[in-house]
Design a binder for this molecule. Structure first.
Ligand SMILES: Nc1ncnc2c1ncn2[C@@H]1O[C@H](COP(=O)(O)OP(=O)(O)OP(=O)(O)O)[C@@H](O)[C@H]1O
Ligand SMILES: [Mg+2]
Length: 462
């Protein structure tokens, strides 16, 4: 299940570096935690079950990369990942506080992941089978004639042998054309399996999610599957039939089993805004009681318990939990002791500097400047940001954060979209394909300075 040569901590950091600027301490710690899970799986079984994950508490202001680090970490590990806001469990009207739902979410991610991987493995084979099926529709095969039974009409018509040979040759030609995607637009008629939808809305009166899902599944299993004839292009037929074929070839039981295993050993649950549920009942009443309640509900899942899901029972003992919060008001020590103990690794994320902003604009694999360039490239317009223009963008974003509200690197998104708004509107009408644009510091200043000066305006726009 795990790669033999899993990333070393240094390699994990290197992968994270492709997307996240700075935050070296956080990167280091998550990479150790990730590698430790791999190490655990290499240990003898009797000790394996005792090694608990190094759950991590990330502390840092908004928009500095907490969520981004966790998400990218999951990508690196090919681990099922889900994110939940702890504060949602305190919402008024939120009954039952179904904290187990985060585990079910994680399993859903795991199943999706494993299913995709399996499909990828057999896709080629499925496509071949489907092309044969399409060929049968285009040029139905005829049976090879047996013996030399003389037909009474043999002088007027082609002999069965000739007819058969012709059929084989034509099919061969069409097979080739199909393969070369030369018949994509031709219309054919196919049978499409159409599952009759149950179309019943359950009001979950006292029923938990699992039993509700089971009932829905049972009902849809009882519904007859209807085949419907549809006229579609070869291209669409291939898509539909390949999906059908893949579903037929995939062993869902195997997928479920593997997914559960992967979730149990590799899953990562990111609990955001944990600081919003910090508080002991001993220190107050009202909201604190409900906050502590959420912590008490989270505890068994983080400590290790079993959760029923649609795909089977999941043990949460070795799931990696990463909790995060700004902890401006509450402190980590305001969490109940049991929960504090479950998050032994504390990492502080630093506020980003203007220099960091500059780098975030240009170096990450998914840097905003690269994203916008790609968008405009779709219209055959080239855009280039001079380095000094990026410096000005970083400077302005930093200033706005200081003056209005510090939202971290998220500010770069709002600033960039304001800066490029006009261009994005003018392409391709007045800025036509083939144009090369280059953004200069002057342009940035012109566009943004008016807003920076006008505090009221910038509050709304930037
Ligand atoms: N260190 C960083 N390097 C690169 N990009 C970053 C960094 N920090 C933040 N970003 C960018 O800012 C966006 C928001 O960051 P992220 O979601 O990680 O914030 P957060 O720390 O989780 O904040 P919050 O406490 O509000 O949840 C990211 O999508 C990313 O584009
Ligand atoms: Mg976040």
């Amino acid at each position: 299940m795990l790669q033999k040569n899993f990333f070393t901590p240094k390699q994990i950091v290197k992968e994270l570096d492709k997307y996240i600027i700075g935050q070296n301490d956080a990167k280091r710690n998550v990479s150790i935690a990730l590698r430790n899970r791999w190490r655990r799986l290499q240990t003898p079984e009797d000790i394996q079950k005792d090694i608990v994950p190094n759950n991590i508490l990330m502390i840092g202001p908004t928009g500095v990369g907490k969520t981004e680090i966790a998400r990218r970490l999951a990508d690196v590990a090919k681990a099922p990942f889900t994110k939940v806001e702890a504060s949602k469990f305190t919402e008024v009207g939120y009954v039952g506080r179904d904290v187990e739902s985060m585990v079910r979410d994680l399993v859903r991610q795991g199943v999706k992941m494993v299913e995709e991987e399996k499909k990828k493995e057999i896709r080629e084979k499925a496509e071949e089978t489907v092309d044969e099926r399409i060929l049968d529709i285009l040029i139905p095969p005829i049976k090879k004639p047996v013996g030399k039974a003389e037909s009474a009409f043999s002088q007027v018509e082609e002999s069965p042998e000739e007819e058969y040979d012709l059929n084989v040759k034509t099919r061969e030609r069409f097979r080739e054309k199909l393969k070369n995607r030369e018949l994509e637009e031709r219309k054919i008629e196919i049978d499409v399996q159409n599952q009759a939808a149950p179309g019943m809305g359950f009001v979950g009166g006292g029923m938990d999610e699992v039993s509700m899902m089971n009932i829905q599944e049972m009902i849809s299993g009882m519904m007859p599957k209807k085949a419907k004839k549809r006229k579609v292009s070869v291209k669409d037929a291939r898509k539909i039939l390949v999906e059908e074929e893949l579903a037929k070839l995939i062993d869902m039981e195997e997928v479920k089993e593997e997914s559960i295993q992967r979730v149990e050993n590799l899953g990562i649950i990111f609990i955001d805004e944990i600081d919003k549920v910090a508080g002991h009942s001993s220190k107050g009443s009202g909201p604190d009681v409900s906050r502590e309640g959420v912590q008490r509900d989270l505890l068994p899942i983080v400590e290790g318990s079993t959760v029923n899901t649609k795909y089977g029972v999941v043990k949460t003992d070795h799931i990696l939990f990463i909790a995060a919060g700004a902890f401006h008001v509450a402190k980590p020590s305001d969490l109940i002791p049991e929960l504090q103990g479950r998050f032994p690794i504390r990492v502080e994320l630093e506020s980003l500097t203007q220099k960091d902003f500059h780098r975030i604009l240009k170096t990450p694999k998914n840097a905003l400047t690269k994203q916008y360039a790609a968008l405009l490239q779709a219209e055959e317009v080239e855009i280039e940001f001079s380095d000094s223009s990026l410096e000005v963008i970083a400077e302005m974003a930093f200033k706005i954060n200081e003056e209005i509200e510090n939202i971290g690197a998220r500010r770069l998104h709002t600033v960039m979209s304001t800066l490029l708004n006009e261009i994005l509107y003018d392409v391709p009408d007045s800025i036509t394909p083939g144009t090369k644009l280059s953004i200069t510091p002057e342009m940035v200043r012109n566009k943004l300075s008016k807003m920076v000066e006008n505090r009221d305006l910038s509050q709304f726009i930037l």
